[in-house]
Design a protein around this ligand. Sequence first.
Ligand code: ZN
Length: 319
Amino acid sequence: MKKIILFTLALALAVVLLPALIVFYRGGVYKPPTSDDDTVSVYIKSEDKVEEMKIGEYLKGVVSAEMPADFEPEALKAQAVAARSYLYAHIDEYAKSGAPEEHKGAQTCTDPAHCKAWMSEKARRDAWDADKRDSNWEKISRAVEDTGGVIMKYGNDYVKAFFHSTSSGKTERSVDVWGGDVPYLQSVDSPGDLQSPKYAGEASFTIEEFESRAQANLSGVNWENGIIGEIKRSEAGGITKIIVGGVEIKGTQFRTIYELKSTNAEIEVTDNAVNIKTKGYGHGVGMSQYGANYFAQQGMDYKQILNTYYTGVEVSEKA
Ligand SMILES: [Zn+2]
């Protein structure tokens, strides 16, 4: 009898205490960062290694890799806060769900297709003309330091601050591009993009080339009813759905297959060619970098720029 009681007690302890301990342990391990002096682990893809560095150092590497140094200081600051918010959102997410496999356990990575582009200070300086190295690096550093610890939140969540080079003049809603409706990633006017050097794009294919790309990427294509069928567009004008060779695909897939600068495409089919003209460069969601630079030239500060591109977010005060 005693044995049974002891066994039951031990079992109860194991069932109740163990999960409580695990929760306590995990909760105890995760502390959200509060300043740019806190440490972040970065998986540097080109070197296949994880490096620990200060958040400020990481952010300087992101801003300098993602935005031209000759952009306006307020645009660079907006970029720094966008990158910091995106980082915080990832750190928070991975603390709960575990870091993705691509990261080798780190909190962020340097692959622009996965997280954000990043360059070390040395690599960045070497890539600039010698007479610009000091002034460019100082300008980038100031954008990060002048916004030290500033982040964007929507309710209790850190803002996943997506950004892109140039929109079509209107940014895209995330739901139209990726399918998930995010309240702060709506379509907004971005008038400066019309002056961006990356605004207009072109791609031309012979009919044969166009068809063979479709055949290599899609199953079930046939050309009986023409090359292009119905096209559905977002409010901003990007292609959301398009019928190619009788198969309906997403605008993002169409962009990938034909290596287009954006999904905002006008397609002209002639007797022997398919000519595509695009507006904008990138996915079009969140802040447009060229649009941000234009707004900065018009006198907006970084908070106004961020509040323009990220609907309803709160930009924190400098720590
Ligand atoms: Zn990553």
